[in-house]
Design a protein around this ligand. Structure first.
Ligand code: PLP
Length: 394
C-alpha cells in the first residue's frame, strides 16, 4: 500500500467483538479483564495478545502507533505524552547498556538542547555537539568520543539544513552506535529514517502528524533490536500518550498526505515570492538554488516536495521591527508551534532559541531579524497578501 493509503487505513478497523468499528474508539478504561483469569495471566506473561493495564498499552494508542509505524516502515512504535518525552525515551532506549553519552547535531530544536544540557548532562551523561554537515568531523567524533547514541534532525530547525542521513547512518553503523533522527519537520512523506539505516525516528506528533494545533504528543518508531528495550522502559515510566490525544492524533494523521502536499506547495511558492521581495534579506528553504545541502536534498527528498517550513530574515529589522511585523499580521498566527492547518510564524530569538547562549546562537546563524514560518493550507494568495501588508509596518 502506498503511504497516502496507509495514512487512512493502518491501525483502524480492528475487530472488537462481532462488530468492527469504522474508526478506532476512545478506550478510557484503566484496566481490562477477561472471561477467565488464565487469559489475563497470559496477557501479563506476554504470551496472549491483549490489554491489562493502561500504562502497559491502550487500544486507541496502539492503533495510532500502528498507523505511524506503517508510515515510517518501522518494526514498532511507541506514542508518548509529548515530542520531548519521545526524545528522552528514545535516548534512554538507545543508550541502555551502552555509554551514557550523546553526540548531537549543533542545529537542534531549542528544547532538545535543553534536554541534553539541563536534564541529561546533570545526571552524569556526557553531551557533545558536532557539525553533522561535516562527515569527517562526525567520523572523528564517533571514534574519539565513542557516544552511546547520535542525535540529529532530518530537517534542522530553524534554518532548514538537510543532513546526509544515509551517509550519517552508514558512519554510525560502522561505529556500532544507534542513530536517532528527529523527523518532525520532514514527516514520513519526505523521509523515512529507518529505511536509510537509522535505528529511531522520532516525531513531535503535536506538529504535522496531528496537524490541527489541538493535541500535544510524540511518537518513536524503531527497529527490531530496540523495540523491546523501548517498550520495557515505557511500561515502567508511563510517559504514554493518553487515549483522547491518541484519537485526535490518529484522526489528524489520516489527512497528513493531503495537508502536507498543500503545505509544501504553499511553502515553495512563498519561498520564491519572499526571495524576490525587497523587505526580505535572505530566505532559507530546501528548494532554493543557493541552499548549502543541494546534493543531499536532491538525493534524499522526493522531487517537488521540500517541506513546508520557510525561514527568512527581514531586511534591516531589529527586535522592535520584527515585533511590529508580527503585530501587523492579520491572518497568519504569530504563535509557537508549526505544522498546523493554519500558517504560523515564530520568532526564534524570542521563543525557541531564547535561552540559547548568544555565542551558540551566533554559531547557529540565528540572527535578530530571523523569523520561521510554517505554511498552512490556506490559499497561497492570502498568505502572501498578509505578509506583504505586514512588511510595510516594519
Ligand atoms: C516541537 C518539536 C519538538 C518537541 O515536541 P513537543 O511535542 O512540543 O514536546 C521536538 N523536535 C522538534 C523538531 C519540534 O519541532
Amino acid at each position: 500500500m502506498k503511504i497516502e493509503s496507509k495514512a487512512v487505513h493502518a491501525g483502524d478497523r480492528r475487530k472488537a467483538g462481532p462488530y468492527i468499528p469504522v474508526t478506532t474508539p476512545i478506550y478510557t478504561a484503566a484496566s481490562y479483564y477477561y472471561d477467565d483469569i488464565e487469559t489475563l495471566d497470559g496477557v501479563f506473561a506476554g504470551t496472549t495478545a491483549g490489554y491489562a493495564y493502561a500504562r502497559y498499552a491502550n487500544p486507541t494508542t496502539a492503533a495510532f502507533e500502528e498507523l505511524v509505524n506503517a508510515l515510517e516502515n518501522g518494526c514498532g512504535a511507541l506514542a508518548c505524552s509529548s515530542g520531548m518525552a519521545a526524545l528522552q525515551m528514545a535516548i534512554a532506549a538507545a543508550t541502555s547498556g551502552r555509554a551514557q553519552s550523546v553526540l548531537a547535531a549543533e542545529a537542534l530544536y531549542g528544547a532538545t538542547i535543553k534536554l541534553l544540557l539541563n536534564v541529561l548532562q546533570p545526571t552524569g551523561a556526557a553531551v557533545r555537539f558536532v557539525d553533522m554537515f561535516d562527515l569527517a568531523a562526525v567520523e572523528a567524533a564517533l571514534a574519539e568520543f565513542r557516544p552511546g547514541c547520535v542525535l540529529v534532525e532530518s530537517i534542522s530547525n530553524p534554518l532548514l539544513r538537510v543532513p546526509q542521513l544515509d551517509r550519517l547512518a552508514a558512519l554510525c553503523g560502522r561505529a556500532g552506535v544507534p542513530l536517532i533522527v528527529d523527523n518532525t519537520f520532514a514527516t514520513p512523506l519526505l523521509l523515512r529514517p529507518l529505511e536509510l539505516g537509522a535505528q529511531f525516528s522520532v516525531h513531535s506528533a503535536t506538529k504535522y502528524l496531528a496537524g490541527h494545533g489541538d493535541v500535544l504528543g510524540g511518537v518513536i518508531v524503531t527497529d527490531e533490536a530496540h523495540l523491546e528495550p523501548l517498550r520495557t522502559l515505557a511500561r515502567v515510566v508511563g510517559a504514554n500518550l493518553g487515549p483522547f490525544e491518541s484519537y485526535l492524533a490518529m484522526r489528524g494523521a489520516k489527512t497528513l498526505a493531503v495537508r502536507f502536499e498543500r503545505q509544501c506547495s504553499n511553502a515553495a511558492r512563498l519561498a520564491e515570492w519572499l526571495a524576490a521581495h525587497p523587505a526580505v534579506e535572505r530566505v532559507f528553504f530546501p528548494a532554493r538554488p543557493d541552499h548549502p545541502d543541494r546534493e543531499a536534498i536532491a538525493r534524499l527528498l522526493p522531487a517537488g516536495l521540500s517541506g513546508a517550513m520557510v525561514a527568512f530574515e527581514l531586511r534591516g529589522a531589529d527586535r522592535a521591527g520584527v515585533m511590529r511585523f508580527l503585530n501587523a499580521l492579520e491572518m497568519i498566527v504569530p504563535a509557537t508551534s508549526l505544522g498546523d492547518v493554519h500558517s504560523m510564524i515564530l520568532y526564534p530569538f524570542m521563543s525557541s532559541h531564547r535561552d540559547v547562549s548568544p555565542e551558540l546562537r551566533e554559531r547557529m546563524g540565528i540572527r535578530e531579524n530571523l523569523v520561521r514560518m510554517s505554511a498552512g493550507i490556506e490559499a497561497a494568495e492570502d498568505i502572501l497578501a498578509d505578509l506583504d501588508q505586514a512588511f510595510r509596518q516594519i
